[in-house]
Design a binder for this molecule. Structure first.
Ligand code: ATP
Ligand code: MG
Length: 198
């Protein structure tokens, strides 16, 4: 049978339980064999903030997913370098797994941005898109082609990487927001401590 693979793209700076529960829930709902987490390449900057080094984000993603036999991490976007375009991510994964069907998982905030993406038709040809609920954002598919996107309600986790970074910068705990190993990795590498907290 054709393998079903979830693809969870993100900056993962740091990865948190919102990402993990979304992947787990979609995997259950669609009977996915595996979910591949794909940390983005190094943009010049994301908004006004420099993003942590790709290797730090990659390693935190590995630490966070290591205990789940159905989760894995791909380096395609990191190794390509530069800003990540979802079309490139899906094209590379498709080339690596020609027989799999791909399910691209994206939160309600990121799904809204799809509307403004170029090559939307190409994207829908590469993967089925799954939009997941996220507290604080409206999940709607009004402007999307019929049947191209599935909307899935996932357990509500009001967690963002931005908030985790701010908490660390201000000396507040991130225990239970991110996996224990990621708490320890952040402390060990002294991430998010200096400069602009957000
Ligand atoms: P930042 O605050 O830096 O933007 P983030 O928490 O939004 O970080 P990203 O790496 O930008 O995390 O998100 C990767 C993907 O995970 C996106 O599709 C995003 O919508 C989704 N996502 C992030 N947090 C949640 C959450 N709490 N619930 C559901 N989906 C989420
Ligand atoms: Mg985000």
């Amino acid at each position: 049978m054709q393998r079903k693979i979830g693809v969870m793209g993100g900056t993962f700076d740091p990865i948190h339980h919102g990402h993990l529960v979304a992947a787990s829930e979609v995997a259950d709902r669609f009977g996915l064999d595996e979910v591949v987490f794909v940390p983005t390449g190094q943009p010049w900057q994301k908004g006004a903030r420099p993003v942590s080094a790709a290797e730090e984000r990659y390693l935190m993603t590995v630490v966070a997913t290591a205990s789940n036999p159905r989760f894995s991490v791909s380096r395609v976007d990191i190794d390509r370098g530069g800003p990540t375009y979802t079309k490139d991510t899906l094209t590379d994964l498709r080339a690596a797994m020609p027989d799999a069907s791909l399910f691209f998982i994206t939160g309600a905030d990121a799904l809204g941005a799809i509307l403004s993406w170029r090559d939307v038709e190409d994207l829908f040809a590469l993967a089925h898109f799954v939009g997941v609920t996220r507290p604080g954002y409206e999940l709607e598919d009004d402007h999307l082609p019929e049947g191209a996107v599935s909307l899935v309600e996932v357990p509500a986790m009001a967690i963002s990487s931005t908030d985790c970074r701010r908490r660390v910068a201000e000396g507040h705990p991130v225990w239970y927001l991110v996996p224990d190993g990621v708490v320890q990795y952040i402390a060990k590498r002294r991430l998010y401590r200096e400069g602009d907290p957000a």
